[in-house]
Write a protein that binds this ligand. Sequence first.
Ligand SMILES: CC(C)(COP(=O)(O)OP(=O)(O)OC[C@H]1O[C@@H](n2cnc3c(N)ncnc32)[C@H](O)[C@@H]1OP(=O)(O)O)[C@@H](O)C(=O)NCCC(=O)NCCS
Length: 300
Amino acid sequence: MSASSEAEERRVGSADVEAPGRIWFGYIAAVGLVVIGAITTDLLAFGLAGVMLVATVLGERYRARVAARLAADRRPDLADLVTRWARGWAFARYFPRPERVAGGVRIEVGEPGRRVEWVAIDEPETLSGLVDTVAATPEAWLSVATADPAGVRPWLLEGGLGSDSQEEALMSIDLVDQVSRDLPDGYAAEIERDGGRITATVRSAGKAGEVAASGRIAVIGADAVVDRIHTEPDHRHRGLGGAMMTVLVAAAREAGATRGILVATEMGEPLYAGLGWQEQARLVIARPATPRTPAESHHQ
Ligand SMILES: CC(C)(COP(=O)(O)OP(=O)(O)OC[C@H]1O[C@@H](n2cnc3c(N)ncnc32)[C@H](O)[C@@H]1OP(=O)(O)O)[C@@H](O)C(=O)NCCC(=O)NCCS
């Protein structure tokens, strides 16, 4: 991807806005009045036709403005969402508070091979600078939130970064909208709170209460960021993931959160989508080193 107008067009967050249709009735009525005027030679009919035409055009403009405003209100501000997610994710993991940079955030992850990570949107003006910075920084990662991963990858490559073939998904939800799932029989869930960090552990009733699933939600103000949702392989596809999300979201709402944000792995995406979460962007992960193996996890 080059910093071209094409890239500008697919700028993150620029969701397509469907333009409202024409007010055909107004045009037809205006033409009808012109015809009546021509037949009757009545100037009033011509005058009314003019008024009808002007009213129709003004009505269309007003409708278009209202539609654009509604679409803008509905469209999440992706840079803001990325920043809020990063803040909650870092909090969930006890990382230092992320630093805001142009186009995104910088997070001190402090893990081997991933000392620092930038998470940014695909704004050409800011991303090109970040690509250079990441390429020149040892043990750095760059995650790019975008509507167009295929457009971003070549650009990362040109900047000397390899991107993983797997993507993640930045998702969000109004917490009241999450579908509830009951815990299946034979399991019990516990909740532990550490400030705004809420951890759920699901144990199997048998086998001396072995841990079958676990996950965390971090509450910062109105935001609840989901992290490390995991079901042990032997216990998958029994509804534990959905039930654990139900328990976590209930606890987050009790703590005052209203909005859920998460970054989903390919495995997690169908689970969250089934619970009502909406994808807001794809996340392309890049780094100067060799791409990860599929077994590694990025943000969960
Ligand atoms: C993603 C993950 C947490 C899902 O956990 P899970 O306990 O299997 O989740 P659920 O059982 O609630 O739902 C998973 C699927 O099982 C299905 N399912 C739920 N109850 C079921 C039942 N009783 N019988 C059969 N299938 C069932 C669900 O419909 C869902 O189907 P889908 O994947 O086609 O949407 C788990 O696969 C995992 O830990 N993966 C590795 C780590 C990871 O990627 N975590 C996600 C981070 S974002």
